[in-house]
Ligand binder design. Structure first.
Ligand code: PLP
Length: 355
């Protein structure tokens, strides 16, 4: 049974959790290198890329920093229509980059046209944007934006945050022409937090060679040198890699398409339930996330009281994020969650509403 209906960290399958308790291996051993190699190869299938995948010990924000430090000397175009687009912008600024912003209302998708226009006005080294805005439950049309961006400015590298969608919704890196896609372990992948994954193509790696002050820990060129030896420059999060290896095997067994379909069905069920219970959905139709639903709290439900009620039944949902606290609440439906788990959750919320 699922307990955490929050958009990460989420419940971890018991066997995957237990995989972390396997004895440590030295990371420069043949046994560990084999696991690392297999995990990277299997991760590539979910990114839908032939390019390399870096497995790093940090949460997703670490890779926000890695992307801007490795791929831009200065000029960054940041797209913002939610809290995590805003976070990446702040990360770029705090790393001394010159950042311009294309903003849209938090209830509207990013506009491919507005992004293409901005790219046509100046030479930006990278475009940074979020696929699945966890704050708003909105999914941005990355394929369409990437096509428009590539057309407007072929040399701008397209960098996408797929933190809360990866393995729960399609992100086709090579087909969509993305140069970097990043994610972290505690969302739809359903691992404990602490591991991050970045798929980086050859164009991006070639750019890194021309960028100074890339730092040390996340330097893509150093990561690549060690990746070729199936390892990392510093000690990897070995127990999390054990768990990743097993989880990627489980995902292959479920089938990636089936996994996406399960997430779509979870989202659909959540949307229908909310609308039938007098609530509204924050994100507009056609742009609703498969992994998290942000519900407009027009009934003015006391979210803290609701969560206290749910907690007595071993469940939790999430309040709205930042400025949306109490005005919205969020139901995470990602990772291991099944339709039957949502039935239990919704029955409990309905019981609370009747009180
Ligand atoms: N990007 C998105 C879309 C997120 O949802 C989050 C976290 O919720 C982050 C980035 C930050 O990721 P992390 O907490 O793994 O650093």
């Amino acid at each position: 049974m699922a307990n955490l209906f929050v958009p990460g960290p989420v419940d971890v399958n018991a066997e995957v959790m237990a995989a972390q308790t396997q004895p440590m291996l030295p990371h420069r051993s043949a046994e560990f290198e084999e696991i690392f190699h297999r995990a990277e190869n299997n991760a590539r299938k979910i990114f839908k890329t032939q390019s390399r995948v870096f497995l790093t010990a940090s949460s997703g924000t670490g890779l926000h920093e890695a992307a801007v430090r490795n791929l831009a000397n200065s000029k960054v175009l940041a797209c913002v229509n939610g809290a995590f687009g805003s976070r990446w912008q702040a990360v770029a600024e705090s790393n001394g980059k010159s950042v311009d912003i294309v903003e849209s209302d938090w209830q509207a998708p990013l506009s491919a046209q507005a992004i293409a226009e901005a790219l046509g006005q100046q030479d930006y080294e990278i475009l940074i944007l979020v696929h699945n805005e966890t704050s708003t439950g909105l999914v941005n049309p990355i394929k369409e934006i990437a096509a428009a961006a590539r057309n407007a400015s072929p040399n701008t590298l397209i960098c996408v945050d797929a933190v809360s969608s990866w393995s729960g919704d399609l992100i086709a890196m090579d087909d969509w022409g993305l140069d970097l896609v990043l994610t972290s372990s505690q969302k739809a992948l359903a691992l404990p937090p602490g591991l991050s994954l970045a798929a980086v193509n050859d164009r991006a790696l070639a750019r890194a060679e021309k960028v100074s002050n890339r730092g040390w820990y996340f330097d893509f060129l150093r990561l690549e040198k060690h990746r070729l030896a199936n390892s990392t420059p510093a000690t990897p999060a070995i127990s999390l890699i054990y768990a990743l290896d097993l989880q990627l095997k489980r995902i292959a067994e479920e089938g990636l398409e089936n996994r996406f379909a399960r997430h779509a069905a979870l989202a659909e069920m959540t949307h229908t339930w909310a609308l039938e219970n007098g609530l509204d959905l924050f994100a507009p139709e056609g742009y609703r996330s498969q992994t998290v639903t942000t519900i407009d709290n027009k009934l003015e439900i006391n979210v803290a009281d609701l969560n206290a009620f749910l907690l007595e039944r071993d469940m939790r949902i999430a309040n709205g994020y930042g400025p949306l606290k109490d005005k919205t609440f969020r139901i995470g439906h990602m990772g291991e969650i099944q339709l039957s788990d949502l039935e239990v959750l919704f029955a409990a919320i309905e019981e609370f509403l009747k009180k």
